[in-house]
Design a protein around this ligand. Structure first.
Ligand code: FA5
Length: 344
């Protein structure tokens, strides 16, 4: 024990002296390997434990640990000193020039899609509509069946769908299933709501069509709501957004969840060189589908079609934004190209 203790004391004093002489990180690392590496002196000292008589082992073990702790804390202190010295040295070698101009913080701007969405909300808010959020992952029943499209209904072909691996669960193809959620929440009371959000379709991407795009659904329910209310609301909306001189065209159409159904187009400025390509030569760009809510859908939502009637519409704000800002390719919206985004 006497020998081992003397060795230990010698080890500590040598290590402490050598530590004091360390002037940089490199020499500190070498010191660390020498004393605390796998084959380092501390490990060797610990192994000496096995050679001692049993009764001396606990005291020796404690002594080794105490030395270890003292050396580690001395090393930590030395390390901090070295770092501090290195920092001071680098600061005096490369003094900071406080007169240099700072780095400008670049101010972002709202995405053009967000801007137009907000404009749409404010127009409908002025007309007394509330905004509702509805889920993007839907079930087949709400996306199709309750909207009057039973399984194998040919109208389902209009909406090529992304199905999830869970049977019957899909990414909504339109915001119309939100109508059902609103009706179930508010039946039998009158409703005036817009439902914005992302929709997904398995479609060929082109200048006018994306697989992911926003829609804004509208739903108005109440006693004596008529097609005239629908036409008036849509025209007032279009003129607020595009200007009083803008032409609105209403065509008859078909949707299983509205009867009668219409589609609404807006004229595209003829002087735009892209007009022909975007409007397929017609001069008109479709912005929404709409119609009077089908009695079956009213019933599915908990309303009595003999008491309550209503209209619904679903528009594509990306198409609307293209029209408003003469953007010639819908794919620009989600590309994150700053040259495009900074223009708005
Ligand atoms: C519908 O989705 C119906 N749910 C709309 C509706 C609602 C009708 C309520 C009646 C009552 P449609 O598939 O036509 O209809 O799409 C509506 C609008 O979404 C289109 O006018 C268009 O502006 C936009 N849209 C549709 N597909 C795409 C696409 N792939 N990329 C970008 N916008 C699209």
């Amino acid at each position: 024990m006497a020998d081992a203790s003397t060795d230990l004391a010698l080890l500590e004093s040598t290590a402490t002296t050598e530590l004091k002489d360390c002037a940089d990180e490199l020499s500190l690392r070498a010191w660390n390997t020498k004393y605390f590496g796998d084959k380092g002196e501390m490990n060797t000292a610990l192994k000496a434990l096995g050679t001692l008589p049993k009764d001396q082992r606990p005291a020796y073990g404690q002594a080794v640990n105490a030395v270890k702790q003292r050396l580690i804390s001395a090393k930590d202190q030395k390390e901090a000193e070295i770092k501090e010295q290195a920092l001071l040295a680098s600061l005096s070698a490369n003094p900071i020039d406080v007169t240099l101009p700072g780095r400008a913080v670049s101010a972002g701007n709202l995405h053009v899609a967000t801007k137009v969405m907000r404009e749409i909300y404010s127009i409908f808010a002025d007309m007394g509509f509330q905004i509702f959020r509805s889920r993007e992952v839907e079930d087949d029943q709400t996306n199709f069946e309750l909207l009057n499209m039973p399984p194998h209904h040919p109208a389902r072909d209009m909406w090529d769908t992304f199905h999830t691996t869970t049977p019957g669960v899909l990414l909504r193809t339109h915001t119309s299933p939100g109508q059902i959620h609103v009706m179930k929440q508010f039946a039998p009371n009158p409703v005036r709501a817009v439902l914005p959000g992302m929709c997904y379709r398995h479609e060929a991407v082109s200048t006018r069509s994306e697989i992911q795009f926003e829609q804004v659904e509208g739903l108005v329910l109440g006693p004596n709501v008529t097609m005239a209310d629908l036409k008036g609301t849509i025209t007032a909306f279009a003129r607020r957004l595009f200007g009083q001189e803008r032409q609105v065209r209403i065509r008859s159409s078909y949707f299983p969840f509205t009867e009668p159904s219409i589609e609404v187009d807006i004229d595209w400025p003829k002087e735009d060189p892209n007009a022909d390509r975007l409007t397929k030569g017609t001069g008109w760009l479709e912005i929404m589908g709409a119609g009077m809510v089908h009695p079956t859908v009213l019933r599915n939502g908990g309303y009595d079609p003999d008491q309550i009637s209503g209209f619904a519409f679903g528009m594509g704000p990306q198409r609307i934004t293209m029209l408003k800002y003469a953007i010639d390719d819908i794919r620009q919206f989600w590309k994150n190209d700053l040259r495009f985004l900074r223009q708005f």
